[in-house]
Design a protein around this ligand. Structure first.
Ligand code: AMP
Length: 173
């Protein structure tokens, strides 16, 4: 009984957090148990049987989707976090945003050398965030298997920016 319209459960909030942005609100999707389950199953079905040693998720909304996928695949979960949150030795990357910059960190010992990593996030916009996350994964000795998103804003061409990494998304705008 998996046939819910997942795209229809994503709420659009105009002008949030600033004028001109069409914010894709996933709380209306994850707040629906069968929909959240269907989403997790769809992503898990794609990756079941593939050579994946770990799932990585980017703070904060990436955690919501990466954790159930790691659990379903039976592999570990590696959090990529905002600065100052991870307690052991980290690698840090700073990356440019439209206005200003952001930083992300990963534990240096997050992976065994050569581990194949599925990187999961809620939404692909310009791809800047996830490009930074791929660099951290590689610095920590991981190999990026694929980038999986719930939502892709195709008009921002993030997929091209992330080439040659394979990109998969469930709902495209
Ligand atoms: P980017 O680095 O441009 O790909 O943006 C990545 C992150 O910004 C995503 O993981 C989202 O959490 C957030 N984001 C960017 N644009 C939107 C949007 N229109 N609606 C919701 N979240 C967004």
């Amino acid at each position: 009984m998996e046939n819910l319209d997942l795209a229809g459960l994503i709420r659009n909030i105009p002008d949030f957090p600033m004028p001109g942005i069409q914010f894709k609100d996933i709380t209306t999707l994850i707040g629906n148990g069968p929909a959240f389950q269907q989403l997790t199953n769809t992503l898990t079905e794609r990756y079941k049987g593939q050579p994946i040693d770990a799932v990585a998720g980017v703070e904060s909304r990436g955690f919501i989707f990466s954790a159930p996928i790691a659990l379903a695949l039976g592999v570990g979960l590696v959090p990529i976090r905002k600065p100052g949150k991870l307690p052991a030795a980290t690698y840090q990357i700073e990356y440019a945003l439209e206005y200003g910059s952001n930083k992300l960190e990963i534990h240096q010992d997050a992976f065994t050398e050569g581990a194949r990593v599925l990187l999961v996030d809620d939404l692909l916009a310009t791809g800047g965030t996830i490009a930074a996350a791929t660099k951290l994964i590689e610095q920590a000795g991981g190999v990026v298997h694929e980038l999986a998103f719930v939502i892709e804003l195709t008009f921002l061409n993030g997929r091209e920016q992330l080439a040659p990494y394979p990109v998969y998304s469930l709902v495209k705008y």
